[in-house]
Design a protein around this ligand. Sequence first.
Ligand SMILES: NC(=O)c1ccc[n+]([C@@H]2O[C@H](COP(=O)([O-])OP(=O)(O)OC[C@H]3O[C@@H](n4cnc5c(N)ncnc54)[C@H](O)[C@@H]3O)[C@@H](O)[C@H]2O)c1
Length: 253
Amino acid sequence: MPGLLEGKVALITGGARGMGEAEARLFVAEGARVVIADVLDDEGAALADSLGENALYRHLDVSDEANWAALVTDIEEVYGGLDILVNNAGILRFGGIAETSLEDYLQVVNINQVGCFLGIRSVIAPMQKRGGGAIVNISSVDGMKGSAGLVSYASSKWAVRGITKVAAAELGAIGIRINSVHPGGIQTAMTPSPEDSPLSAAFVSRLPLPRIGQPEDVARTVLFLASDQSAYTTGCEFPVDGGYVNCRKLPGA
Ligand SMILES: NC(=O)c1ccc[n+]([C@@H]2O[C@H](COP(=O)([O-])OP(=O)(O)OC[C@H]3O[C@@H](n4cnc5c(N)ncnc54)[C@H](O)[C@@H]3O)[C@@H](O)[C@H]2O)c1
């Protein structure tokens, strides 16, 4: 049976590890040719090698406009076009409003928010040449709630959710769909596992689905949104969070 992404070319930012790595593995298994882009050159190159001839690694700092232009040209030369973009690269910094310097705030915004904007803008022309495409933006449950101590991260992830809807409204007529995914606690380098952190264990124990998420849980939702299985879906938001955003258990329940 052909894979869900047979014949497609996909670019995954922040693809060297974590959720991006899981997406790269799943996309290649589903028949795509995948460009893994990251600032972690050794990890990214090793991952691409392990995935064989349908994956390659390229350096990309998502906050750098010139990097984006060069990468998109490179992908068109190597693979002849681009069908899918996963804006996955991101960083997390803790800090409340009063303690956060402008420099620290902008560092997060430049990667999480500006990086997403540059990514969308960079792929419009190549996707239009192919008759359309799919963009999946990785936001967070922190792009759906206000969490104390996460001012830069939550602000940037709300912006990712917002630009998703603007882009969906603007780009649907040229065949480009764009949706956002909102992971909860997912076991990667970014989030401590319940085994290592009492705080993480307490958080997970209160979830309707009381376990930490795995990168593959997110990757399967991203696959659906990147593939033609979601051909009539755009501008939507998809929590992958064990029920965190939409449900709650009252104390004692
Ligand atoms: N882990 C979680 O619990 C969680 C929850 C919600 C959302 N997210 C989001 O999911 C995405 C993936 O995170 P993850 O959990 O896999 O963490 P991770 O740290 O393992 O992966 C993030 C990747 O982004 C890359 N990156 C960072 N800055 C970059 C830049 N300037 N240019 C290109 N690449 C850059 C990193 O090198 C890394 O490979 C992020 O956007 C993150 O905010 C994570």
